[in-house]
Design a protein around this ligand. Structure first.
Ligand code: G3I
Ligand code: 9MR
Length: 584
């Protein structure tokens, strides 16, 4: 019996492998290639020839041809042989067929000066579609218009968050903000990194964003749309601070909503326990936002000051409550109702302290924060993620490197050395089989792996910005290629874009709205061999552990902290394209 089962399993496995190997053999950036930049595609499992051809759509005439590069085995995609197709030398804008003998699927290659313009806008617009507490009108949302959901004008203080002034069961209002992901809850920790990443994008590419409109209700005002969009969430974050300075961890249902539209979701909402992590995240973002919005004082009177004051109060609270972790299991043994939504629990907070101290030091120029930074050991600075935010503080130091107070200058310089070392490490291992920075290590493929690719892209774009070295820029571009189709699963991972992209994201509005296409401009989590959702994935190798199934939340959910680095990376590339950086 056992042998029989093994045989069946093995047989099923072989069928799946053969299907994967033969369904789609040429992987390209499905959105396009920048005329003067490197242009690479990949062919997998191929043994019928040595050459590739670019031909015109109209006549089929060959305009460019070259040799396939020697095969490399893809360590993270069942050792499939991959051969690169390099057509960088062909720069003439247009649409072409990419042909290799014997492969019937001949993908269309788009080449132009600004191929990622529309998708860059859509990634920003994705945040608009996540807005809670307001209707999405047809003029902005098109076929995805919907009534308002979760007014959050009545939000109960959960017993875990009770104080004398705000006892359990009393009510506050916490309207607005973005839904975190495919669920309808709002989490401060994850909002923090998301808003900070978008603020950083604005800081680094302001001239690009100043004139970029994405058709949101605020598009008619004088503020750039990117800032308007992130303000929608920042204002919500401000409601999450208690009068004592502490910040609630989340505004949430007790349990996840079903697969229903936002306006049909009417379960009670709660703010849960104030935590050190949420409060430090909040302090950091508010200090950064206050600094950046001070240049808009005339349009947004009082906002910058409110943010900075909120940040100062939050820091004070965190100092008085340095160890209040979010431990949902424990919390549920103490309080009712039990809370089973996302935890964003983090017990290592040194990076959150570092981030908050950095932002406060830069914004207030007060020596107390600088002293704090110089006095303590630095946290390890790793790629940004919701539970590792040290790099966000480092990025802010670089953004203000020329105007840092006193001792912060050498401090930033020492961080810069670490930053460049890590940028070099990202490039060092040569590349994954498809010649992308993403995928050099199995550890890249975690829950939300696509955000790893996007955050690596941020790191490299910044390295390019500060050094002018082209290899960093090309590394960042390789990860855009990864996200948009040059990957072993063969997906363009942004909904609504590309020839093969997710149609069934784990995203409640996309599932429940009765509209066939999913809401566009949303980056799904991506390959994750952890497969924590229990769905049977057709493939469990790191780079191909992905399935376009709306139950597969561990690889096919969308989330604000994944869209934000994609906004940075894709629009950053647009900024450099527009500057003409790739022109000879
Ligand atoms: O920290 C450990 C690390 O030490 C270990 O080496 C590694 C091995 O896999 O796991 C790490 O923990 C992972 C953790 O994320 C931190 O990266 C967990 O395995 C993994 O299950 C966990 O996934 C998180 C997931 O929630 C479950 O908690 C995702 O990062 C996070 O993006 C996701 O967030 C959810 C919200 O809870 C609810 N809303 C939707 C959102 C997106 O799916
Ligand atoms: O929809 C939820 C998603 O946002 C979370 O990331 C995920 C992990 O916490 O959980 C999803 O909700 C599922 C729950 O965990 C288990 N029951 C089914 C829910 C919907 O798929």
């Amino acid at each position: 019996m056992y042998i029989f089962k093994q045989f069946i399993l093995c047989w099923a496995f072989t069928i799946v492998m053969v299907t994967i190997a033969h369904t789609q053999q040429i992987q390209i950036n499905q959105i396009g290639y920048i005329s003067n930049a490197p242009k690479i595609a990949a062919v997998t499992n191929y043994n019928q020839g040595t050459r590739f051809y670019l031909t015109t759509l109209a006549t089929g005439d060959t305009v460019f041809t070259g040799n396939l590069l020697p095969a490399h085995l893809d360590d993270y995609a069942h050792q499939i042989p991959v051969q690169l197709i390099d057509f960088s030398a062909w720069q003439l804008p247009g649409s072409y067929r990419l042909k290799v003998a014997g492969i019937p699927a001949q993908p269309i290659i788009n080449i132009n000066a600004l191929p990622f313009y529309a998708i860059g806008k859509a990634l920003i617009k994705g945040f608009y579609f996540q807005r809670a507490s307001m209707p999405l009108l047809p003029i902005y949302a098109g076929i995805w218009s919907r009534p308002a959901g979760h007014p959050d004008s009545i939000v109960f203080i959960h017993p875990s968050a009770a104080t004398i002034q705000r006892p359990a069961g009393s009510v506050i209002a916490s309207p607005g903000g973005w839904y975190d992901a495919g669920d309808y809850n709002k989490y401060v920790v994850n909002s923090g990194i998301t808003v900070a990443t978008l603020l950083s994008a604005y800081n680094d590419f302001a001239p690009y964003f100043d004139s970029l409109q994405v058709n949101i209700p605020e598009s008619t005002n004088t503020l750039p749309d990117l800032l308007d969009e992130l303000l929608y969430n920042l204002r919500w974050m401000l409601t999450m601070q208690d009068t004592d300075g502490g910040v609630y961890h989340k505004c949430t249902n007790a349990a996840f909503d079903g697969m229903i539209m936002p306006n049909a979701a009417t379960q009670p909402r709660y703010v849960i326990q104030k935590t050190t992590a949420a409060t430090l995240n909040f302090a950091a973002v508010m200090a950064k936002a206050g600094r950046m919005f001070s240049q808009w004082n005339r349009v947004l009177p009082g906002l910058a000051d409110s943010c900075i004051n909120a940040a100062l109060l939050a820091w004070q609270w965190a100092e008085a409550h340095p160890n209040l972790d979010y431990n949902q299991e424990k919390l549920n043994t103490l309080f009712k109702p039990a809370i089973t939504t996302g935890a964003y629990g983090d017990t290592y907070l040194w990076d959150e302290w570092f981030w908050a101290a950095t932002e406060l030091a830069i914004t207030t120029k007060k020596s107390v924060y600088t002293h704090w930074l110089l006095q303590y050991k630095m946290p390890a600075i790793t790629l940004p993620s919701w539970n590792s935010v040290g790099a966000l503080g480092m990025f802010s130091l670089f953004e203000r490197r020329k105007s840092l107070p006193g001792k912060l200058q050498p401090f930033a310089d020492s961080l810069f050395t670490i930053f460049i070392q890590q940028a070099n490490l990202l490039l060092q291992n040569g590349n994954a089989a498809m010649h992308t920075v993403m995928g050099q290590s199995a550890s890249n493929f975690i829950w939300g792996s696509n955000a790893v690719a996007a955050n690596q892209g941020i790191w490299l774009l910044k390295a390019f910005m500060y050094t002018g070295e082209r290899r960093y820029l090309n590394g960042a571009l390789s990860n855009a290629d990864y996200l948009l189709g040059r990957n072993a699963a063969g997906y363009c991972y942004v909904t609504g874009f590309g020839t093969k992209s997710p149609l069934h994201p784990h995203h409640r509005p996309s599932i429940a709205d009765g509209i066939t296409p999913p809401i566009p401009g949303l980056l799904v989590g991506g390959p994750n061999p952890g497969m924590q959702d229990g769905v049977a994935y057709p493939n469990r190798f790191p780079e191909t552990a992905y399935v376009d199934d709306d139950k597969a939340y561990a690889c096919n959910e969308i989330a604000i902290n994944w869209n934000a680095p994609a906004v940075y990376l894709i629009n950053g590339l647009n900024y450099f394209s527009k500057l003409g950086i790739w022109h000879p």
